[in-house]
Structure formats: structure tokens, C-alpha cells
Design a binder for this molecule. Structure first.
Ligand SMILES: O=C(CO)[C@@H](O)[C@H](O)[C@H](O)[C@H](O)COP(=O)(O)O
Ligand SMILES: [Zn+2]
Length: 204
């Protein structure tokens, strides 16, 4: 690689780092209160033995699985497992629904099979427009399943179907995703703290 090319690549990398930092700084200012509310909603549902279902496409499917693993196994505290499931992990279920019905139904139909009133449906979409995410949130809302969403900056199609929606103040999909996983980790930490942290029933 010649020097010009190296300098150009470094500039691209530095810009990405700085945009990511800026997006997270803005999210910290605009989204912290809402994350605490989301954590309280989730902690309340887990206290009532309700379950969490997480879903999204592409990078957000990976986020769904990553966050489900934090809840089921553990995040930062030694504590009992929490019931969370990513709706992105069973290729047989997803391909059969996509093939026999519509790809837009792959998450909603799994909720129809698994979710009960009081459970929580958690949709993740950077555009806020993925039809399968929106359809699942819509079904959940109509069936007394609590709904939370992570999306991007703009008003999103998820909003009308979410009890709580976190909007990330960034334009690029990648920067929004980086904020989503940070916010997801924070959410896991807050839920653990609310359920098992010092001063709680399980840890007086
Ligand atoms: O990870 C990325 C881009 O960074 C992609 O895989 C991205 O997640 C996919 O294009 C998704 O289909 C985008 O869906 P959404 O976030 O708009 O709901
Ligand atoms: Zn990505």
C-alpha cells in the first residue's frame, strides 16, 4: 500500500471512530432516561415470570442473539438465568414460514406460537422499516404482549407499535448498530441491577 492510500484509509477509520463516539455521546444525552424505563419494564416482566423475545435482520439478528445470550446466561452479575429467546436462530422455522407464507411473517408467526400476554417483544431495526419487525411488534401490541424497540434517528414505522422506542441519533446503519449494541448491553446491566443488585430482595 502506498503512503497516500494508507493516509486515506486512516482518515476513513478515524472518521468512523469519531462518528461512533459522537452518536453514543448524543444517545447518552437523549436516551438514558428511556433505557431506565425499558429496563424497569423488562425487570417487571421477568419478576412476573414473563419471557422476552428479540428479533431483527442482518446485524440486528446478531444483536438479538447476543442480547438473548446475556439474559439467559449472565451479564455482569452471578445470578439465575433469565428467559430470553432470539427469534432469529431456527433456520427450519424461519425458512418454512418464509416459504409457505411470507418473509414478513417470520417473527410475527413465532410470537403467535410462543408469546403470552405480559411477555415482552423487542424489535431491533436501524431503518425502523423492516416489515417483519414491524409486523411482529404490531401483532404483539394487539395481543397484550409488551413491546420495546431500538431504531434509528427518523420517526419509524415501529413507533406506533412500541410501548417504548429508543431512537439513535445517527444516519449511517453501521453507527446506529454500534449504538444499539451499546444500549443493549446497558439495558442488560440495568435489568441485572434492578433484579439482583445490592439493595434488592435477592441481594439485601
Ligand atoms: O449489518 C448490516 C449493515 O451494517 C446489515 O446486515 C443490515 O443489518 C441489513 O441490511 C438489515 O437487513 C437492515 O435492516 P434494518 O436494520 O433496516 O431493519
Ligand atoms: Zn453491520
Amino acid at each position: 500500500m502506498n503512503t497516500d492510500m494508507r493516509e486515506r484509509m486512516k482518515a476513513i477509520a478515524e472518521r468512523a471512530f469519531l462518528e461512533s463516539i459522537e452518536a453514543k455521546r448524543n444517545l447518552c444525552r437523549e436516551g438514558t432516561e428511556l433505557l431506565v424505563d425499558m429496563a424497569a419494564l423488562l425487570a417487571g416482566a421477568f419478576r412476573e415470570n414473563r419471557r422476552l423475545f428479540i428479533f431483527g435482520n442482518g446485524g440486528s439478528a446478531a444483536d438479538a442473539q447476543h442480547l438473548a445470550a446475556e439474559f439467559v446466561n449472565r451479564f455482569q452479575l452471578e445470578r439465575p438465568p433469565l428467559p430470553a429467546l432470539a427469534l432469529t436462530v431456527d433456520s427450519s422455522v424461519m425458512t418454512s414460514i418464509g416459504n409457505d407464507f411470507r418473509f414478513d411473517d417470520i417473527f410475527a408467526r413465532q410470537l403467535q406460537a410462543l408469546a403470552q400476554p405480559g411477555d415482552v417483544a423487542f424489535g431491533i431495526s436501524t431503518s425502523g422499516r423492516s416489515p417483519n419487525v414491524v409486523a411482529a411488534l404490531r401483532w404483539a401490541r394487539e395481543h397484550r404482549v409488551r413491546t420495546i424497540g431500538f431504531c434509528g434517528r427518523a420517526r419509524s414505522d415501529m413507533d406506533p407499535h412500541c410501548d417504548l422506542a429508543l431512537h439513535v441519533p445517527a444516519a449511517l446503519t453501521a453507527r446506529i448498530q454500534e449504538c444499539h449494541i451499546t444500549a443493549g448491553h446497558i439495558l442488560c446491566g440495568l435489568v441485572e441491577e434492578m433484579l439482583f443488585g445490592r439493595g434488592t430482595e435477592s441481594n439485601p
